[in-house]
Write a protein that binds this ligand. Structure first.
Ligand code: AMP
Ligand code: ZN
Length: 149
């Protein structure tokens, strides 16, 4: 996609610090890192988000994610790291070409999701499980309620 920043990095039209690439995916350093070494793994074929990704493409992305995570852990001597993906603007996605973040973590680095955890009562937990299970019989749908670019 011509106006996609990650497609343009893959096509070498925009510079990036490329860590690794193969036929399936490319890994680059994030330009605005949570911690130095924060990296992205991006499938070569453009797709908007996780729901548009094929299982084959996801397998390739995960293989690269594991290899790059291992290199980051060893090179920075880490005790831990996060891998995550934002899907949909409401979930924090800002580049609409699927990607996985790999972020180094450090003791007392003060990075936290501030969460107010809910509790289910017995009927609610069954209700939510049934709602989700009903849709598992259907094929994966790339449509989300939010209109994302
Ligand atoms: P998200 O907000 O989950 O869609 O993540 C997009 C990420 O891409 C952000 O962390 C940005 O800092 C990063 N990013 C955007 N443009 C570039 C670029 N040209 N090179 C490297 N990283 C980028
Ligand atoms: Zn793209």
């Amino acid at each position: 996609m011509t106006n996609c920043v990650f497609c343009n990095i893959i096509a070498r039209k925009i510079p990036a610090e490329i860590l690794y690439e193969n036929d399936d995916a490319i890994s680059i350093l994030d330009i605005n890192p949570i911690h130095y070494g924060h990296s992205l793994v991006i499938p070569k074929r453009h797709c908007k988000d996780f729901l548009e990704l094929t299982p084959e493409s996801f397998a390739g992305v995960m293989a690269v994610t594991q290899a790059v995570s291992s290199a980051i852990v060893r090179s920075l001597n880490l005790e831990g790291f996060n891998i995550f993906s934002n899907n949909g603007a409401i979930a924090g996605q800002s580049v609409f070409h699927f990607h996985i973040h790999i972020t180094p973590r450090y003791k007392d680095d003060n990075i936290k999701f501030v969460l107010e955890l809910k509790r289910y009562n017995e009927s609610e937990i069954i209700h939510y499980a049934n709602r989700i299970r009903r849709h598992l019989a259907e094929p994966v749908s790339p449509t989300m309620k939010e209109s994302n670019p």
